[in-house]
Every structure is written in C-alpha cells, then in structure tokens.
Design a protein around this ligand. Sequence first.
Ligand SMILES: Cc1ncc(CO)c(N)n1
Length: 225
Amino acid sequence: MVPVKKSGMIDRWVKKHLVLYTGATSHPFILSIRDGTIDFSSFKRWLGQDYIFVREFVPFTASVLLKASKNADDSSDMEVILSGLASLSDEISWFKQEAAKWDVPLSDVIVHKSNQNYCRFLESLMLPELEYSVVVTALWAIETVYQESFSHCLEDDSKTPPELLEACKRWGSEGFGEFCRSLQNIVNRCLEKASEEELIKAEVTFLRVLELEIEFWNMSQEGAK
Ligand SMILES: Cc1ncc(CO)c(N)n1
C-alpha cells in the first residue's frame, strides 16, 4: 500500500492564497537582489528598518515561547521555539556588525510607517488572550517569508552581489529552512485540533503577515511613503 501523506492546513492555505504568498516571497526587492540590480541604498534602508523589527520580534517570540510552555501538547515545541529565540541574539549582533560595515547608524533610525504598523501588529499578538495556535501560525509565517525569499537569492542561476550573500545565507540557508519546517509541523498539528473560530483567526493572521511583509519590502525598495 502506498502511504498517503495527509497534507496539512498550511499547504492548503498557501495554495489558496498563492498570489499574496508569492507577492511576499518573490517581491521585486528580493528579485533585485537575486538578479544583482539592487540599489545598495535600498539594502541599507532595509537593514536599518529590519534591525528595529528584529528587536520587536524578540519579545514577540518570547511570548510565543511562553504560550508553548503552557499550552503545547508536545514538549518539543518549546525546544523549537527556544532555538529560534536564541538565534535572535546572534542576529542582533549581526545587524550591528553589518550596519557598521554599510555606515548605517542604528541609533537614530527613523521608524517608517510600514515598520510601525508591523511592530504594532506584533504587539497585538503578544496579548495573553491570543491563542497559541494563532501566534505560532504568525511566527511560522514571518520566518517562512524570509526563508523562501532569501533562498531565491542563493539559487544556482542567481546573480546576488557578493556583499549581500551573508544576509541571504542567514535566512535562505538549509538550516533556517529546517527550522521553518519544524514550525510548520507544529502549526499543522495545532490547527488540526483548533476550533473553527481559531482556524479563521489563524488564517486571517497568516494573510495579515503576508500583507505586512509586502509593505515592508515596498518600504525597503521605495523609501518612506
Ligand atoms: C520584516 C521581517 N520579517 C521576517 C523576518 C524574519 O525573522 C525579519 N527579520 N524581518
């Protein structure tokens, strides 16, 4: 008998919302890195803004960890999320080093509107009443958009400028891909048991992440609007 792999909710949602998903994971900003035409001032803008974002992302990830420790029915969830949280420490150091290299002052970055919106959304997800299934869906989506996006810049035929390879490897590499797949398994398992109401909330949250990611790329590419 051929074993039938039951496809999870995430696969179904990605197919259902493929236009928006592709909009976030193959954005013109990423494609311009991939084809080597990127304007370095855009990269620098992204760098300064993403540093601010990642600092907000730390307490958000910690709040997901807290919910995992209370609600997850599999104790390995905590370990997966903890590894993600731990790697943010190194990520913040990387941003500081990279910013110094590119002469991007991190102390006086003006937070752009799209970034503010995204950070406010993260804050709203940190409320204790938000279900674990919903917030872990957001965590998966946020990480996966970066993973898929930057992995395009590492494909064989890509012309990514060598100066940007390190950034692309940070999110686009196989190790980070493995982490995203672990998160996806957690989400699929949580959603199998979720109520109809929770499922709708998780799907809406997934879509909101995709929109906010697109706006973040737009901002990086075009500047403040
Ligand atoms: C805007 C944004 N989305 C996702 C990630 C991945 O951590 C990031 N660093 N920044």
